[in-house]
Design a protein around this ligand. Structure first.
Ligand code: FE2
Length: 306
């Protein structure tokens, strides 16, 4: 829970086809700050309200999708303890040296049963342009674009959802906050390691390692509306919204980056405490669960992943 163990989602590394188009999308439109470009072509970004060195990596590739999702843990001791538990679960652990991503300490890296690569690390340099801390104003520089405050969570698609649930809850100490259940088991799970309604989520899908969306927090519902105005202004491909989720209660818009990766901007969710009961939706109510106002899924939600 908050303060020890796995602290929060730290970064997501996204494959993009055209790096210049991706920078225009994520920096100029979404409103993230450029941290730097490394010699290998990877571009590092962060939200204006984040303290750590970076939270988004744009990775030039010949395909879209997600390369890896990193979670920051509370200490080196926690990192060592989680490594033992991951090995005990039966997953192999790779070691990535400090500095492989600028500003980050050593990482451990492993594949979960849905096929996704997840990483843990304990050390991150504080960003040069972090939120003010002394008699703090709201920001150093006025936020721009959609004014994304921070990277918040990812939704991933893949098989073996019950095993993913077992991994996150028994190995990484996450809590299940919400789920969609069919007669033969869970088809969607929402997991938290904090007071947020979710820090990562999974939907059952036959193909492993698929990417549904990366989500960015906005300050409030009026900023969600302003983001919709910018999407029309810049002709950004829209998936759905503005609308609201039943699950997590977030007010949301889904849209696509120039490579076809789905993004979300949202504001508002419920507070999760360690003793909050699991909220469960029947699979036949999934329309209302996912899109609370529309009360029906759009076809793209289930079929378009990268
Ligand atoms: Fe989301």
């Amino acid at each position: 829970m908050a303060g020890e163990g796995v602290l929060r989602p730290g970064f997501v590394e996204i494959y993009v086809l055209d790096i210049e188009a991706a920078i225009t999308h994520y920096v100029d439109y979404l409103g993230l700050d450029m941290v730097g470009t490394e010699a290998d072509g990877r571009v590092y970004l962060k939200g204006y309200d984040e303290f750590d060195h970076h939270s988004i990596i744009l990775h030039p590739a010949d395909h879209a999708g997600v390369a890896r999702v990193g979670f920051k843990v509370s200490s080196e001791a926690a990192l060592k303890a989680y490594e033992g538990r991951i090995l005990e679960f039966g997953a192999a652990v790779d070691h990535i040296p400090a500095g492989e991503q600028p500003g980050l300490g050593r990482r451990i890296s492993f594949i979960i049963p849905s096929g996704h690569r997840i990483e843990l690390y304990a050390e991150a340099a504080i960003a040069e342009h972090h939120p003010p801390t002394k008699n703090p104003g709201l920001w150093h520089v006025e936020p721009h674009g959609m004014r994304a405050m921070r990277f918040d969570h990812v939704l991933l698609y893949g098989p073996e959802i019950p095993e993913v649930l077992r991994f996150f809850t028994t190995v990484l100490d996450f809590k299940l906050s919400e789920q969609v259940v069919a007669p033969d088991g869970p088809v969607a799970i929402f997991l938290t390691t904090s007071n947020k309604a979710h820090d990562i989520a999974f939907v059952s899908h036959p193909e492993p390692a698929k990417f549904h969306h990366a989500s960015f927090l906005l300050e409030d519902w009026s900023d969600v509306g302003r983001a919709a105005d910018l999407m029309t202004h810049y002709d950004i491909p829209l998936d759905i919204g503005p609308t609201r989720h039943g699950i997590t209660r977030g007010k949301t818009i889904y849209f696509f980056d120039p490579s076809g990766n789905r993004n979300e901007v949202f504001a508002g969710d419920y507070t999760f405490y360690p003793d909050t009961p699991v909220r469960t939706w029947d699979a036949e109510k999934i329309g209302k669960a996912i899109f609370y106002y529309d009360r029906a899924l759009n076809e793209r939600f289930l079929s378009v992943v990268t």
